[in-house]
Design a protein around this ligand. Structure first.
Ligand code: PMP
Ligand code: GLN
Length: 387
């Protein structure tokens, strides 16, 4: 048979986590917390199971959870999504992304993605028979230490063949976020072209330095053409539950649900019931940015005392660091060496490029995850200081 994804192997997060386990390294690679979710949330899951929520929930998710999401979106971002027809609970953000891509991308369609990008998008486009059109971010300069989107390049990449534009902010792995001016630029592109925007906002509640998350749901013109995706995994420290959701206008949601109902049909019932209760309290997600900002600062200040050069992170639970003072090795090899010989697992930034092995994808940057207990970060810093 002919492989539908000939260039795809086991993904980098799995590979690097496995390597960390084998070498007993501190795993700052794959993005997941090394601490438990709130006891209150866990109690709600047990309660839901004991209360009999153990059979198939409705296909699009339990109504109470969809209501909570709808209310939250309206309060935080000002757009009303009808819970019945416009909010869908999915098996993690991953399924929401995959179902959205499969629902709209037809053979020969182009989909614009911004590089560096999360590893799911391109294989999903290819499975749908589409063609990814990759637009590179502008790299940091001496005067601006952040990656930036070149919206003119994005606009130029959108043609009559383009079905969809995929964006992700706060951005994994660069940690950049959108400003108002970015929403303006995006709005102009959507107005000009009518393109569907798939907006991966899984880190919506992890935005630092008193900035606010620029959800596409904040602008009516964008919300009308966008699928906004999020994940409880990042917000409530439950990456292993695989519960996420997407919000989109009725006509778009209906198509996504057609795929969802045959891909997974529905999502774990007790988790949904528990999340619906837990979401009533805004404190956990409103406090999340501060919680992670302290961890970002702990790692960043610690790295500044080593030969690694941390880059700024405006959001997510990741930061990039430059290792050019330490080694000339390409990123993948350096990440391996750090894991196997120095006891700290990380992710090479090149893994987020269309051609991870190409020389131009190598920037001597590695990604650290700081969703870890302070002690874990301190132990890792101790090891990194010796590199
Ligand atoms: N998008 C991005 C940018 C992510 O970092 C992740 C989490 N690794 C996902 C999507 C997938 O989220 P989930 O685990 O909820 O499927
Ligand atoms: N999103 C996580 C990361 O960026 C990994 C998820 C996965 O392993 N597929 O590290």
């Amino acid at each position: 048979f002919e492989s539908k994804l000939p260039r795809i192997g086991t993904n980098i997060f799995t590979v690097m986590s496995q390597l960390s386990i084998e070498h007993k390294a501190i795993n700052l690679g794959q993005g997941f917390p090394d601490f438990n979710p709130s006891a209150k949330l866990l109690e709600q899951v047990v309660k839901a199971m004991n209360d009999g929520h153990n059979q198939y929930p409705p296909m699009a998710g339990i109504p109470a959870l969809r209501d909570e999401i709808s209310a939250k979106m309206e309060t935080l971002y000002g757009h009303f999504y009808e819970a019945d027809t416009e909010v869908t609970i999915t098996s993690g953000a991953s399924e929401a992304l995959m179902a959205s891509i499969l629902a709209f991308v037809q053979a020969g369609d182009e989909v614009v993605v911004i590089e560096p990008f999360y590893d799911l998008y391109v294989p999903a486009i290819e499975l749908a028979g589409g063609r990814p059109v990759i637009v590179a971010m502008l790299p940091p300069t001496k005067t601006n230490p952040l990656y930036q989107i070149d919206w003119q390049k994005v606009r130029a990449a959108v043609t009559t063949k383009t079905r969809m534009l995929i964006i992700n902010f706060p951005h994994n792995p660069t940690g950049i976020n959108l400003e108002e001016s970015d929403l303006d630029a995006l709005e102009r592109i959507v107005n000009d072209t009518g393109i569907i925007v798939l907006s991966d906002e899984v880190y919506e509640h992890i935005v630092f330095d008193q900035k606010r998350h620029q959800s596409l749901a904040r602008r009516e013109a964008l919300a009308a053409n966008s699928i906004v995706v999020s994940s409880f995994g990042k917000t409530y420290h439950t990456t292993g539950w695989k519960v996420g959701y997407c919000c989109a206008p009725k006509e778009l949601s209906a198509e996504i649900r057609k795929v969802h109902q045959f891909m997974v049909f529905t999502v774990s019932s007790p988790m949904q019931v528990a999340l619906a209760h837990y979401m009533k309290d805004p404190a956990p997600y409103m406090e999340l940015s501060n919680f992670y900002q302290q961890k970002r600062d702990r790692l960043s200040l610690g790295l500044a005392k080593t030969r690694f050069k941390p880059m700024p992170s405006q959001g997510t639970f990741f930061l990039l660091a430059d290792y050019s003072q330490i080694s000339d090795l390409p990123e993948a090899e350096f990440a391996r060496k750090l894991t196997t010989q120095h006891g700290v697992g990380v992710i090479p930034m090149a893994a987020f490029y269309g051609r991870p092995d190409a020389i131009e994808s190598n920037h001597q940057l590695i990604r650290f995850c700081f969703a870890k207990q302070d002690k874990t970060l301190d132990d890792a810093l101790e090891k990194l200081a010796l590199v």
